[in-house]
Design a protein around this ligand. Structure first.
Ligand SMILES: Nc1ncnc2c1ncn2[C@@H]1O[C@H](COP(=O)(O)OP(=O)(O)OP(=O)(O)O)[C@@H](O)[C@H]1O
Length: 308
C-alpha cells in the first residue's frame, strides 16, 4: 500500500505537487495519469525518498521510504530504464544489485526468467540492449527483492506492441498475486486496458481517484454513431435540431445532442435510410482530455515542444 497525505513539493515558487492525498491499494493495477508537468514523476520520487516533501507525507507499506528496513524487498521501482552501467551485462548488473542488498544470487536467475531475458542475452553488455530489453532489465531489477509494492514511471514508453502487451500482462499478474502496482502513463487507451483504478492529477492536484469503469461512466457523454447513404441531408436535419455533428474517425458521423431514438425517428420522418445507428461512450482518452484541459499547463515550453 502507498499512502500520501497532503503531499506537497515546491521548487522555488513553483508548486509541483499540491496537497495530494491518495491511497494505492494492493491486488489491483492503479494507473497514475496527468498531463505533462502535472507532477507524476515528482510524486513518484517523493514516494521513493529521492526527494523530500515540502509538506505532508507519503508512506510505503506503512513507513516513509527512508525508514524501510529492506527497501528493495518492500518496493521495486522503474523510474528511468537508462540507469544501467552500459559496460555491464544484465546478469552482472542484477548480481551486483543483489549482493549490495543482501539478496540471494539465485534471485537473479528467477527475475531474468520472469522478464523473459534468455541467459545468452543476459550475459551480453547492456550497452547493446534495445529499448524493450532495457525495459525488461529495469523491471527485473525492480522485482529482484520480490517486493509487495511496484512503482513504474511510464513503463510502456517507446515499446512495440508486443512489449506493451507483455508489460500489461505482467502488471496484471503481479497485482493478481496481491501486490500493489502503481504505474504512470500518458497512454489513456493503454490504461483503459491495463488499470483497474485511476488516480488522475493536474497541476499537482488530485482530479479523480476512482475505478476506470466509474471514471468513464461518470465523466463520459453518450453520443451516437451514424452511417447513412444520404449523410449530408441527415446532417443538415440534425443540425437544424441543434445537434452537434462531426466526422467519426472510425467512419460515419458522430452525433452529440439528440439520443439514438430521436435520430432514428428523424431519419424515418424524412424517408432517409440508416446503415448504422449506435450509441457510444466517449473513450477514456476523451474523458481525460476534457478533464485535464483546465489543468494543462501551457508554459513557454509548450509552444516549442510537442506534448507527449
Ligand atoms: N528538480 C526540479 N526543479 C524545478 N522544477 C521541477 C523539478 N522537478 C520537476 N519540476 C517541475 O515540477 C512540475 C512537475 O514535474 P513532473 O516531472 O513531476 O511532472 P510529470 O507529470 O511527471 O510530467 P512529465 O510526464 O512531463 O515528466 C513541472 O512544472 C516541472 O517543471
Amino acid at each position: 500500500m502507498i499512502e500520501a497525505t497532503e503531499l506537497t513539493k515546491r521548487y522555488g515558487d513553483r508548486t509541483a505537487v499540491d496537497g495530494l492525498s491518495f491511497t494505492v491499494r494492493p491486488g489491483r493495477v492503479t494507473g497514475f495519469l496527468g498531463p505533462n508537468g502535472a507532477g507524476k514523476s515528482t510524486t513518484m520520487r517523493l514516494v521513493l525518498g529521492l526527494d523530500r516533501p515540502t509538506g505532508g507525507r507519503v508512506t510505503v507499506a506503512g513507513r516513509p521510504y527512508a525508514e524501510l528496513r529492506a527497501p528493495l524487498c518492500t518496493v521495486g521501482s522503474l523510474l528511468d530504464a537508462g540507469g544501467v552501467h552500459g559496460g555491464r551485462s544484465a546478469y552482472q548488473h542484477l548480481a551486483a544489485l543483489a549482493a549490495s542488498n543482501g539478496l540471494p544470487r539465485r534471485r537473479v536467475g528467477d527475475v531474468l526468467d520472469l522478464v523473459g531475458l534468455p541467459p545468452a542475452t543476459a550475459r551480453k553488455r547492456a550497452k547493446g540492449f534495445s529499448l524493450g530489453m532495457g525495459q525488461r532489465l529495469g523491471i527485473a531489477a525492480a522485482l529482484l527483492g520480490d517486493p509487495e509494492v511496484l512503482l513504474l514511471d511510464e513503463p510502456v514508453n517507446g515499446l512495440d506492441t508486443e512489449g506493451v502487451r507483455w508489460i500489461r500482462d505482467l502488471m496484471k499478474s503481479l497485482a493478481a498475486q496481491g501486490r500493489t502496482v502503481f504505474l504512470s502513463s500518458h497512454l489513456m487507451s493503454e490504461m483503459e486496458l491495463t488499470a483497474d483504478h485511476l488516480i488522475v492529477i493536474g497541476k499537482g492536484r488530485l482530479l479523480a481517484d476512482t475505478t476506470v469503469r466509474d471514471f468513464i461512466a461518470s465523466h463520459s457523454r453518450v453520443h451516437t454513431r451514424v452511417r447513412a447513404p444520404e449523410a449530408e441531408k441527415l446532417r443538415a436535419l440534425l443540425e437544424a435540431k441543434g445537434a452537434d455533428v462531426s466526422l467519426d474517425p472510425r467512419g460515419g458521423w458522430r452525433v452529440d445532442g439528440p439520443d439514438t431514438a430521436a435520430i432514428g425517428d428523424l431519419a424515418r420522418d424524412h424517408g432517409l435510410a440508416l446503415h448504422e445507428l449506435a450509441p457510444a461512450h466517449s473513450s477514456l482518452e476523451e474523458v481525460y482530455t476534457a478533464l485535464s484541459q483546465d489543468a494543462q499547463e501551457y508554459t513557454a515550453h509548450a509552444t516549442t515542444e510537442v506534448p507527449r
